[in-house]
Design a binder for this molecule. Sequence first.
Ligand SMILES: Cc1ncc(COP(=O)(O)O)c(C=O)c1O
Length: 380
Amino acid sequence: MNKLLAPMSGSRNVEYADFVRSFEKEHNRQILKLQTGDPDFSTPQVIQDSLSRSLSKGKTHYTNSQGAPELREAIVNKLKKENKIESIVEEVIVTNGGIQGVSLAVNAIINPGDKALIFEPYWMPYHSILTVAGAEISKVSIDLENYDEQKILNDFYDTYSDDVRIVIINSPSNPTGIVFSENFITSILKRISSQTFLLSDEVYERIIYDEIKHISTASLGIKTKQIISVFSFSKTFAMTGFRVGYVHADNKIISEMLKLFQFSSTCIAPFIQDACLTALTDEGIDFEINRMVKKYDERRQMLKKIKSATMPAGAFYCFIKIPDKLAREDFPFWMVRENGISVSPGDAFGNYSGYFRISFAVSDDVWSRSVDFLSKILNS
Ligand SMILES: Cc1ncc(COP(=O)(O)O)c(C=O)c1O
């Protein structure tokens, strides 16, 4: 077996979801499921129609590995218009979701023993992917009770060294919904050495509230060639099951990623890529995105009923501290058994077992019942 896989455990979230499913079956009881990060909205009809049209035209064969040229062209236009990133098609690769984008990028640049730095709490796959690549991982833990960007930056300066090969940032963040300021991102960019790549995971770019503007790391004009930007169709367009993301980076990195991609996935299904092209070019799509974000925002406002909840600035999660009186090791499991609500365990995001994550990418009905329950359980 690959020795690098040994320290990696299976996904805590998947393990927990299995528990929830078997609990429901065993007790014949419907659980209010708040643990998944999958939009409850249907994929917009124009995108679905585009996929069907493409299938009926017979676009069911191998296609360009790096991504269909017309789709990459549309991505280049989107990057320019929405992200203020100047690019060319050679600097873009279309991947099996943002997750594969992260994985290909890490494996394209990391040699075993290389140093990596991530902020904690983190989206678990960063840790797992870096572990399998043999990276030595340092973490900068965020004190969520006393959130202070300058303190996070100071901790970053203390932990970072010039030989770190990759730093990963994620804004808006899963699981906290934190959106880093331009000053924060700029400060990190200014500090990193010429040996460091900065992977900027921006898959929640469009799910952002209170008129905060998403700032793409690669738009800041600092060390641009060292930045790897990861995007996805999953969250913005409610297209998680399509499994498509894309990465923008210097073409030297993209061509190494492409080698890895070709020997594992060959290409993304052409009819899926056609649907993605529609998602990026259809004139009515912004209306659909805004409609979904407005709904997320309405649900976000309901978090005010839960005293210990911090309002997320982006994404559709809230990371909540377990009140002392309810502190117990099996909290997420207890929530299912005793209260009929499933939440993501905090330790699925690093050393945060005193927290849990809820997602409001669920139906209005499930959300309003959950908020009522949660406020009763947590506020009392
Ligand atoms: C922070 C973050 N990055 C990347 C992804 C990858 O999403 P996908 O592979 O569906 O594009 C997710 C999905 O939950 C995520 O939360």
